[in-house]
Ligand binder design. Sequence first.
Ligand code: ADP
Ligand code: MG
Length: 304
Amino acid sequence: YNLIPENIEVVERIGEGAVGTVHRVKYLPTSKTMARKSVAVYPDDKNHRQLVRELAFLKQCKSKYIVSFYGAYYQDDDNDGPSIYMCMEYCQGGSLDAIYKRLKSMNAQIGERVLGKIAEAVLNGLVYLHQSSIIHRDVKPSNILVTGKGRVKLCDFGVSGELVDSIAQTFVGTSYYMAPERIQGKGYAVQSDVWSLGLTLIEIAQNRFPFPPAGHPEMTVIELLDYIVNVPIPTLNEDSGRWSPECVKFVNLCMIKDPNQRPTPKQLLCHEFIKKSEERKLDLKKWIKSVWSDPRGTTTTTSK
Ligand code: ADP
Ligand code: MG
């Protein structure tokens, strides 16, 4: 792809993140639909070219469990100011956070079989990245996307040190999906992504971020992070009858606080819950279609 501003036509705004806006765009030479994410950068920064070059590395990440990256370009637009624009595969089914909010508005819940397929895809994506020495660092519902064909894919992993730094300058924030060892500044390993996966599964299973627990008084950011580090881990509600023992055990393994006791994605791929899911034929294409076509649902914008 020849990704230059002249070749891109903005179609619609899809979402808003901490660092920029995501648009659906059309690549004019072939009319291909893409998702384009903007990251505002400082003007006249000599690093822009370096940054765009670093991002080119992402094009080598080719896996059916990873959102394809098409390329990036720099533009100093009169309205938006200097930005790096990253173009990637457009996923029509949306992100898991939009999907579970939609289900919630329908008074519906995700089932264990769909949850299994999601866990399967995320683990395969993580194993792929880890084989390329990439730790995702930002596993959460909004970074797990579903295509129109019902394929589940990971996006937004931290590869570019430069870009992470330039984002860090503009974005002072903490993610509630960080593993305890990260909150405590003890470093980061492949198991840290597994914690974030566990939290993500609980959130989409219960249509609600699990911290603080329901009925608990409001918390400040610091209190919440302290809570995540020190208070017994959340689990799926076993008594609801919604979850099989394997499923509950799987999630509990993800939520082990000590990273050295927590399994790696590779180990979890051999877990009974995943083996069971792999054996089962399940068409997520029908599922994602039904999620977005059900008349009971209301569509809220994806911005938080
Ligand atoms: P965050 O992940 O924190 O929500 P982002 O800027 O990464 O912030 O994304 C904003 C929203 O845009 C996401 O929540 C998601 O719903 C949507 N989005 C991001 N990338 C894509 C994509 N490739 N295809 C479809 N939707 C996307
Ligand atoms: Mg994201």
